[in-house]
Design a protein around this ligand. Sequence first.
Ligand code: SF4
Length: 263
Amino acid sequence: MLSSLTPLSQGQLKLLETCPRKFQHVYLEQLGTPVSPEQQERLAWGSRFHLVMQQRELGLPVESLVEEDAQLQHWVTALVNTATDVLTPAPQTFRESEHCRTLNFQGYLLTVIYDLLIEDETSAQILDWKTYPLPKNKTWLAKDWQTRLYLYVLAETSDYLLEQISMAYWFVKSQPQPQSIKFTYSNAQHEKTRQVLTRLLKKLDRWMDDYCKKGTPFPQVSEEKGHCTDCNFAFRCQRTSETIMSDRTDLLPNLADIQEVSI
Ligand code: SF4
């Protein structure tokens, strides 16, 4: 059950915004949905990739981690050879992988984990490794809660000017070589995120209150949005006439609902 200062991640905000009822099922009731062997393998691979990049950043040997996985070795090498400007430590900079920050916001602890944070006197850059293909639509990525929350929390927990902050995603498996998409930051974006967060968390307060005191379920997303079609809670939500494999508590969380892989 949520309480004050409960950590809230970008994945949780994303789910809350997409469908509050699904947030209730996944995070409050801890109902799970099936994860296919392929999804599990993708998750495990992503986890190994992040571990290698963290070890490398710490100056620890990575040979034992990659020697039995030629694909992993290939993509790590490709990233290291392509992202030379961010993966070559420069003097007078602070660098940390798996860097965690929290921000108390309206009684919730907004929590972020940066794959790599690089700071110098005049700039702060968040790096994030993605092991899925480069998205065609950059606008979608700009609106993603990961981008919005990661930039917002860094701005609120540092002395950098907003224009000095940026975030870059590296799509490790892009062909013919890893590619990046970088987002700069501004006062307008920061203010917008603050307003959206304020509204969303006020709603969460209200939904939580009604859920705890009166047993009122969180609202369902409108069917027209199309999210119910492939949702594992469709039967429970009476959004399908078919009995599908759902609502089981002995299964792992839905891949789409779990957080970014971190070590
Ligand atoms: S079936 Fe639809 S309303 Fe129910 S949790 Fe899934 S997305 Fe939300």
